[in-house]
Design a protein around this ligand. Structure first.
Ligand SMILES: [Zn+2]
Length: 153
């Protein structure tokens, strides 16, 4: 696979095809019913994914991909994590997984991450090659591009 144009082209989580322009992409998520420890039912927001508009299902919650990018995207990301000091609750939104939300934020903000993540499993098996890398920089533009070039066949 050729290297995608970072932060412009994305891989659709539904059909696996390429979203050729960020304006054609949507961030989609679900409300997940969950029973808390006290047996109370709660709805959590989760299963965040990036898709073509035509790959959406009718019941999905969605927002345009560009609203999850740049400054607006960072605002959305932080709002999911914490409502902030203005509202009385000041609590995080009820999300099912912080990791999932962080992955979404990386996909929409770190060049090459969205494509490179498809090769992380292969890269993990190739530990000798990567053990010299500085683990603080694993998501740097340079290393993510190298992962695509090495494993993206
Ligand atoms: Zn698709």
């Amino acid at each position: 696979m050729t290297t995608l144009n970072p932060l412009e082209e994305f891989i659709c989580d539904s059909c696996g095809g390429i979203i050729e322009k960020k304006e054609d992409g949507y961030v989609v998520w679900d409300l997940i019913e969950n029973s808390s420890q006290k047996g109370k039912k709660e709805s959590l927001q989760g299963n965040f994914r990036i898709q073509h508009r035509e790959c959406q299902q009718i019941l999905d919650y969605s927002s345009s991909l560009t609203e999850f990018m740049g400054i607006e995207g960072t605002r959305q990301f932080l709002d999911f994590l914490d409502e902030g000091e203005i509202f009385k609750h000041g609590l995080a939104s009820e999300i099912s997984s912080i990791r999932e939300l962080v992955v979404l934020h990386r996909r929409t903000h770190l060049p090459y991450y969205d494509q490179a993540r498809h090769y992380f499993e292969k890269a993990k098996k190739d530990i000798e090659y990567w053990e010299d890398m500085d683990s603080d920089n694993l998501y740097s533009e340079d290393i993510l591009r190298q992962i695509i070039e090495k494993y993206g066949v």
